[in-house]
Design a protein around this ligand. Structure first.
Ligand code: PLP
Length: 427
C-alpha cells in the first residue's frame, strides 16, 4: 500500500491553508455535499470516518426511484428508468474500480457484519489441526463478536482458537515484522486471518498485500474488513489476492446511515460451487430465478453470495456518491488525503501541550485520512465541548479523539480552523 509522495513545506499560518485550498484540484467537490448546520456557521466536520456527508444529488437519485414506484408499482422491477431487478449492477463497475477489483469480484449487498458472517460461512472452514482466526487486538467489537460466534458455531473455543495480534508493550500500533512473525510461527494452526484494512481506533493502515502473501504462503485464508479503508486508501484487492473483503458504505463512501455494504470475493472463488454458503434467491442464477425452482444455482462471482433483493433507496444514495468518486478518482483523492492529513499532523505538532499525543503512525503508507489523538485526561468532555461548537470528530473509549479530514469535501482551511479550536480547548 505504498504511497511515497513528497509533502509540500507546511507552514503554520492561515495564509498557507488558504493558498493550499486555492490550488487544490479537487476543491470544487466540497460544494457537492451538505455540511451540518452550526449555530454560528463556522463548524468543522472531520467525521467522515464515522458518517460521511450527504451528496447534494442524493435526493434526486432517490426521487427517481420514488417516482417510478409511484407511477409503475411492481412494473418498476423491469420498467423503471433504472430497473430494480438488476439495480445493484449500476454500482458494480464503480465499486470494482474503487477497491481495485474485477466487476465479477464485487457486489453491494446487506450490511457489513452480515457480509462478514456470510464470508466466514464460506471461508472459515476449521479443522482439528487448523482452526484459529487471527484478528488485531482492538478490532472493532462487531468483528470480534462475529469471529467469536463463528468459532463457537464450529464447536471451538475462542480462548484457544482466537489469536489477537498485539502491539509491543508501550506501543499502540502493530509492526509489520510482528505480523509476519506470528503468521510464520503459528501458520499451521491458522484457518483465517481477518484484519481491518485500517484499524478503527488507532487509524493504522495495514500492508494488505504483504499480509496476504504471508498468510497464503502458510496456507491460511485471508480476508479484510475495509470499513475504514474503502474510499480512503487506494486498494488493489484483485492484485493483492485477498480471498474476501467487505466494507460498509456510510463512512468515506457517503452512502448514508445504514447504507448497503460492499463485498469482494476473489475471482479464483467465483465458480467454487463446492464451498459451503448460505443461500438466498437473489444469489440464484438470474436467467432462472423466476422459474422458482427448488434448487439453488448460484450466480458466478460475488453476486452469488446475495441473499435478498436490496433496498433500492439505499443503493440510490450510494450511486450519487459513487458517481462523485468516479469523477474525482481515488488516485487524486488519496494524493490530496496524504497532504491534508500530513498538514493536520504538522499543525498538531506545533502545539507543545503534553495533554495529548497522536497515536496513528506517522508514515503515509501506514495510515489513511484519520488521526487518532490520545487525550488521557478529560478527553471526552473536550470532545463534547468541541462538538457543541460544531467542531465534529468523535470519541472512542477509553481515551481517543478521532478526526479525519476527508479529501473529497474537507479543505486545508477546515484543518487549520480545527487545530486552532482544538489547541485553545486542550490548553
Ligand atoms: C471496522 C468496523 N467493522 C464493523 C462495523 C459494523 O458495521 P455494521 O453495523 O454496518 O455491520 C463497523 C461500524 O462502524 C466498523 O467500523
Amino acid at each position: 500500500m505504498t504511497n511515497r509522495q513528497s509533502q509540500p513545506e507546511f507552514q503554520s499560518g492561515e495564509d498557507f491553508a488558504i493558498a493550499m485550498d486555492e490550488r487544490d484540484p479537487l476543491k470544487r467537490y466540497r460544494q457537492r455535499f451538505f455540511f451540518p448546520k452550526t449555530a454560528n456557521g463556522d463548524g468543522v466536520y472531520l467525521c467522515g470516518h464515522s458518517l460521511g456527508l450527504q451528496p447534494k444529488t442524493a435526493a434526486k437519485y432517490i426521487e427517481q426511484e420514488l417516482q417510478d414506484w409511484a407511477e409503475l408499482g411492481v412494473e418498476g422491477h423491469f420498467h423503471a428508468k433504472n430497473p430494480w431487478m438488476p439495480y445493484h449492477r449500476l454500482l458494480t463497475e464503480q465499486t470494482a474500480e474503487l477497491v481495485g477489483a474485477k466487476p465479477l469480484e464485487v457486489v453491494v449487498m446487506n450490511s457489513l457484519t452480515v457480509n462478514l458472517h456470510l464470508m466466514m460461512v464460506s471461508f472459515y472452514r476449521p479443522t482439528k489441526e487448523r482452526h484459529k482466526i487471527v484478528v488485531e487486538r482492538g478490532a472493532f467489537p462487531s468483528d470480534r463478536y462475529a469471529v467469536q460466534s463463528q468459532i463457537r458455531f464450529h464447536d471451538f473455543d475462542p480462548a484457544t482458537s482466537l489469536i489477537e495480534l498485539t502491539p509491543r508493550p508501550g506501543e499502540f500500533c502493530l509492526r509489520d515484522e510482528d505480523i509476519d512473525s506470528l503468521i510464520e510461527h503459528e501458520g499451521d494452526d491458522i484457518a483465517l486471518i481477518m484484519l481491518g484494512g485500517v484499524n478503527y481506533a488507532t487509524g493504522q493502515a495495514f500492508d494488505l498485500a504483504r499480509i496476504t502473501r504471508s498468510g497464503h504462503a502458510r496456507g491460511c485464508v485471508v480476508g479484510f474488513d475495509l470499513a475504514h479503508a474503502a474510499g480512503n486508501l487506494q486498494l488493489k484487492l484483485h492484485e493483492w489476492s485477498a480471498d474476501f473483503a467487505m466494507w460498509c458504505s456510510y463512512k468515506y463512501l457517503n452512502g448514508g446511515p445504514g447504507c448497503a455494504a460492499g463485498c469482494f470475493v476473489h475471482e479464483r472463488h467465483s465458480h467454487a460451487w463446492a464451498l459451503p454458503r448460505f443461500a438466498g434467491w437473489w444469489g440464484h442464477d438470474e436467467e432462472t430465478r423466476f422459474e422458482m425452482g427448488p434448487n439453488f444455482q448460484p450466480i458466478p462471482g460475488a453476486d452469488g453470495w446475495q441473499l435478498s433483493n436490496p433496498s433500492i433507496v439505499s443503493l440510490a444514495v450510494l450511486r450519487a456518491s459513487m458517481d462523485i468518486f468516479h469523477e474525482a478518482g481515488m488516485e487524486r483523492l488519496r494524493a490530496k488525503s496524504v497532504t491534508l492529513t500530513g498538514y493536520l499532523e504538522f499543525l498538531l505538532s506545533q502545539n507543545n501541550s503534553s495533554n495529548f499525543s497522536v497515536i496513528t503512525p506517522h508514515e503515509n503508507e501506514r495510515r489513511g485520512a484519520q488521526l487518532s489523538i490520545q487525550i488521557p485526561q478529560n478527553g471526552r468532555a473536550l470532545c463534547d465541548r468541541l462538538a457543541q461548537e460544531g467542531i465534529v470528530g468523535d470519541w472512542r473509549e477509553p481515551d481517543t479523539f478521532r478526526v479525519a479530514p476527508v479529501p473529497l469535501y474537507n479543505s486545508y482551511y477546515d484543518v487549520f480552523r480545527f487545530v486552532r479550536r482544538f489547541a485553545a480547548a486542550i490548553g
